[in-house]
Design a protein around this ligand. Structure first.
Ligand code: SF4
Ligand code: SF4
Length: 175
């Protein structure tokens, strides 16, 4: 088949270059949709489900009572708990149990939030961090200390284990 010969303008490539640059200039003045991650991070919506972590109450007590419900419900079996008891002479001995060991394998976790949903003690919450990285599988299994470091302190709404609350309740039979 006979090819159509190029015109003089086509031979110089100028029309194509100019129309290409036209698109480039047009985009230079459009609103930027890219960002310089990780220095700039997108806003995180409320209720975002990122890494799970354990929290303590404002008195420094571990809220987790090692009931193992979260371990049972976790679909990928990312949580492993060894239950422990609180020594009788502890200031928090009004609660019997706390975890001896509590690990979450962040490589297994699918951030479903079921652990937070099921926890009867408001002891485990999904955080807004989604950037979890490491150089080995072992370091991505977070132990109890690390989980408390991440979770920090979180006041709950019920205070059901507080000694003060217990005193109030026993002092007033109507409540
Ligand atoms: S968020 Fe889901 S997958 Fe992750 S530890 Fe909790 S229950 Fe398991
Ligand atoms: S985090 Fe909550 S559900 Fe999991 S063992 Fe502790 S108290 Fe139970």
């Amino acid at each position: 088949m006979e090819r159509k010969p190029l015109t003089l303008a086509e031979k110089t490539y100028m029309p194509q270059i100019v129309s290409g640059l036209g698109i480039t200039f047009k985009n230079m003045f459009r609103k930027k949709v890219t960002m310089e991650y990780p220095e700039v991070k997108p806003p995180i919506p409320e209720g975002y489900r990122g890494q799970p972590a354990l929290v303590k109450d404002p008195d420094g007590r571990e809220k987790c009572v090692s009931c193992q419900l979260c371990e049972f419900v976790c679909p990928p079996k990312a949580i492993s708990i060894i239950p422990g008891s609180i020594p009788e002479d502890s200031e928090h001995a009004n609660v019997e149990k706390a975890p001896e060991e509590f690990d979450i394998d962040m490589l297994r976790c699918i951030y479903c939030g079921l652990c937070e949903e099921v926890c009867p003690e408001e002891a485990i919450f999904l955080q807004d961090n989604y950037s979890i990285n490491g150089l080995s599988r072992e370091e991505l299994v977070f132990n109890k200390e690390k989980l408390y470091d991440i979770g920090g302190v979180r006041e709950d709404e019920h205070f059901k284990w507080k000694k003060k609350k217990e005193a109030e309740v026993s002092g007033n039979p109507h409540h």
